[in-house]
Design a protein around this ligand. Structure first.
Ligand code: MCN
Ligand code: CUM
Length: 804
């Protein structure tokens, strides 16, 4: 008994996997001791600021910088003309397109970068921005992607005549690509012959992740040593180093990229922005360090947006509700430049996960990418590469089909789920789902909310409404989503040609503590806490004795960064594998110390024990010390390991979410009575961190579904460039969430873990939106576009004739 207690104590001391260990990074975050890009201050540092276009589409006739240069404290004003000799007036995007760094002849969206002012302080730079005189000639504006595909107006004059784009043929001057997956003919045939077909246009509006900290960088060129150091808000610092080297011609070992603390990324900080390039050019030109930090309006107007997908769907089924086929055509508004951050092969990301959690025998998707006069960027906001769009699409189509069939939507889902024994499951659109158990999760969720009673209450509410006894309707928003995260196998996923593996390097110190460095970078996800837990369980040292370091390319092994919920599936796997290498070497050392054969030892929590002789053991601490102080025949001194992990497949987390919402027909206001979220992310490393990720992602989903939008008027003016107009939920709007889980480990991941960071956003948006739709289902509402703000909900009621 005593031994068992001892053993449990040793396990507890590790604070390893499964432990709700408190976040070690929060001590500095909650006490104002974080170190963000804007905290980097160097001697002689200059400050850059942009002149931006007030027009969405205009020719730049002239730029006069004389008055700005005359202002005391202004050091330089850069325009495209200055960057052209360096071939830096345009830059490649992550999607195979190119983008203007500074306006070259014309501007294509409101807020586009036109000139870069460099001054002694930020205030002088801002004043000088006002003094730069730019003469514009307005051009016709295209904000509607359908119109853009018909229009004679040429947006991208630089590629006007190019018939071939980065992703195949272009059929119009404003067309970027047509990307297709699945069997079109077979799908169309199934739809033609189907007993029941539901058809709908599902729009997922344009939004923006709006992290607390906007984007920024500090570039410092040391001309004597030829070294460039670049601090910045980078979700993928190594990729930035490689791109900076290719663009500038500076050898890669002479560039050091540092992502310090990041105040929220949410995808906003994956892309490469003109500000980064201009700060680099400016430090090279002036010989002084140069800082660029954007303000809130610039962040909302000019950096990565998300979604803007018009998804036309057709879904077919038998009369009994067995789905037979799915057809989807997307018109994707990419804005002025295709600057999506998706793997090269996938211009629409992983949108073809849009068959969702359902066993659909045949399917087809086609995505048309289109240029318009809006900000570029395209991938952001807990999206896992367009999976949010896919999940919203299929979860709306299921609801519409349920209406068409006059069937309960929970039951329709249940009869179409992929069954547990079908995994690994080959989807009609080409994915191999690694694992899942959807029925168990679904039943648990329905039971937890008392689904049948809710439906009865809802039916009664409709009766009461019709009898004039209430003006509030009840909506039950159902969602069962399947995520695809952990890009990805190097054979089919890359960013700008760099394969999407990830890495971990571990050094054990003589006294039995350690540092591990990873190729990923936390922006708030708590990596310093959770990756130490993986290692603690693997190598038997307490998580409290392990430092996790990320984000400095001079010290961290090459990795592809943090987005697409890939850190746990890829770098987490690398961490476990590197830990296992440490343990393998430790076993040899222990065998020598205990004078037994390697095979006579077994691992137990934090030590190697001689089989059959439990009193004879060496702890990992003993072994670490021996690695440095003893000559061990045939074994090199030291205890270090590195792993570069190329995952064999992606991981497929899933979840069942239910939102119960009251909707006021007269005011359009809503109240969320209950929100239940069951997530399955395989093996759980830190339940508390997972819960935090889910709460945050659900709140962002609430924002998107219920009010948040980047909206433009017909002239391409961004109508939501401030937080007065762009909805950010506070504690007041945020409901209580009930979280729950099932645990279906990934069969190919060394510790069975799947990602979770994006799940709540992927599943949350359709749950909120379905609740709104469901409230009006009895009155015939099929589809109403998000965001469901008060006015839009009021308008639904009005259009349905519910205002009497
Ligand atoms: N985790 C766990 N057990 C699992 C899976 C994950 O304990 N089975 C923990 C991880 O150890 C990690 C966290 O949950 O601490 C998130 O892990 P993961 O799902 O691998 O996602 P990433 O770390 O790759 O983070 C990216 C993801 C994305 S793409 C966006 S967008 C987003 C999100 O994370 N941005 C965030 N969550 C965010 N949270 C904060 N606070 N700030 C952001 O910018
Ligand atoms: Cu697409 S938002 Mo996250 O992948 O950084």
């Amino acid at each position: 008994m005593k031994d068992l207690e001892d053993r449990q104590e040793r396990i507890d001391n590790l604070k390893g996997m499964g432990c709700s260990r408190k976040r070690v990074e929060d001590a500095r975050f909650t006490q104002g001791k974080g170190n963000y890009v804007d905290d980097v201050n160097l001697p002689g540092m200059l400050h850059g600021d942009f002149v931006r276009s007030p027009y969405a589409h205009a020719r730049v006739k002239s730029i006069n910088i004389d008055a700005a240069m005359a202002l005391d404290g202004v050091v330089a004003v850069l325009t495209a003309k200055d960057l052209e000799p360096l071939a830096l007036h345009w830059m490649p995007t992550l999607a195979g397109d190119k983008q203007m760094v500074l306006a070259d002849g014309k501007v294509l969206f409101q807020g586009q970068e036109v000139a870069f002012v460099v001054a002694k302080d930020h205030y002088i730079a801002a004043d000088a921005v006002e003094l730069v005189e730019v003469e514009y000639e307005e051009l016709p504006v295209l904000v509607d992607p359908f119109e853009a595909l018909q229009s004679d107006v040429v947006l991208r004059e630089d590629i006007k005549d190019e018939k071939e784009g980065a992703h195949g043929p272009r059929r119009h001057h404003n067309h970027i690509f047509l990307w297709e997956e699945g069997d079109k003919e077979a799908t169309e045939q199934v739809l033609d012959e189907a007993e029941v077909v539901a058809e709908e246009m599902v729009y997922y509006h344009r939004t923006h992740p709006c992290p607390l900290e906007p984007c920024g960088s500090v570039a410092s060129m040391d001309k004597i040593n030829g070294k460039l150091t670049l601090w910045g808000t980078f979700q993928a610092p190594h990729v930035v180093r490689t791109v900076a080297s290719i663009l500038s011609g500076i050898e890669e070992h002479n560039i050091r990229v540092i992502s310090p603390d990041i105040g929220g990324g949410f995808g906003n900080k994956v892309g490469v922005y003109p500000g980064y390039v201009c700060s680099i050019v400016a430090t090279i030109v002036t010989g002084q360090p140069v800082k660029w930090i954007e303000d809130r309006m610039e962040n909302l107007m000019a950096t990565a947006f998300a979604r803007d997908y018009w998804m036309k769907g057709k879904i077919s089924a038998t009369k009994e509700g067995k789905i037979t086929g799915l057809h989807c055509h997307v018109t994707a508004d990419h804005g002025a430049f295709d600057a999506c951050a998706d793997p090269t092969k996938f211009p629409a990301g992983f949108f073809h996960i849009c068959t969702g959690s359902y066993d659909i025998p045949v399917a087809y998707v086609g995505v048309d990418g289109v240029y318009t006069n809006k900000a570029p960027g395209g991938v952001a906001y807990r999206c896992s590469f367009r999976v949010t769009e896919a999940a919203y699409f299929i979860e709306r189509m299921i609801e519409v089909l349920a209406m068409e069939l006059n069937m309960d939507a929970a039951e329709l889902r249940r009869i179409n789920f992929i069954k547990a024994d079908q995994f690994p499951y080959q989807s009609a659109l080409g994915w191999e789902y690694d694992s899942g158990d959807y029925h168990t999760a679904w039943d648990k969720a329905l039971a937890a909310v008392g689904y049948d009673d809710l439906r009865a209450e809802q039916a009664q509410r409709v009766e009461d409404f019709k009898a004039g006894k209430t003006r509030k309707l009840l909506g039950i928003g159902l969602t069962h989503f399947t995520e695809i995260v952990g890009a990805g196998p190097v054979k089919n996923c890359d960013i700008l040609g760099m394969g999407m593996f990830d890495s971990c390097e571990i050094r054990i110190h003589p006294t039995g503590s350690a540092i591990a460095r990873l190729g990923t970078i936390s922006q708030g996800q708590g990596h310093a806490t959770t990756f130490a837990q993986i290692l603690a369980s693997e190598i038997g040292l307490s998580a409290d004795s392990i430092t996790i370091e990320e984000g400095d390319t001079d010290t961290a092994p090459y990795g592809l960064g943090t987005y697409g919920s890939r850190s746990t599936p890829v770098a987490g796997a690398a961490t476990a594998m590197a830990g296992r290498k440490i343990r393998a070497k430790a076993q040899m050392i222990a065998a020598y110390l205990l004078e037994v054969h390697d095979n006579d030892l077994e691992w137990d929590v934090d030590r190697f024990v001689v089989k059959g002789a439990p009193e004879r053991f060496k702890t990992m601490k003993d072994i670490a010390y021996a690695a440095y102080n003893q000559a061990i025949p045939g074994v090199e001194p030291g205890l270090e390991a590195v792993s570069y992990y190329d995952p064999p497949n992606m991981t497929y987390p899933f979840g069942a979410y239910i939102c119960v919402m009251e909707v006021d027909v007269d005011t359009g206001e809503h109240e969320i009575r209950q929100f239940y979220a069951l997530d399955d992310c395989g093996t759980r490393i830190n339940p508390m961190v997972i819960e935090g990720q889910v709460h945050g992602g659900l709140t962002e989903a609430l924002a998107i579904a219920m009010g948040q939008e980047i909206a433009y008027d017909d002239m391409g003016n961004c109508k939501t460039g401030t937080l007065m107009d762009f909805f950010i939920p506070t504690a007041v709007e945020t409901p209580h969430y009930t979280t729950d889980h099932t645990e279906t480990p990934s069969p190919h991941h060394p510790i069975g873990a799947k990602g979770v960071g994006e799940s709540p956003n992927v599943g949350g948006v359709p749950a909120f939106s379905n609740a709104v739709h469901d409230a009006f289902r009895a009155f015939g509402l099929r589809q109403s576009h998000m965001p469901h703000d008060h006015w839009r909900i009021w308008k639904i009621a009005s259009d349905l004739g519910l205002h009497g």
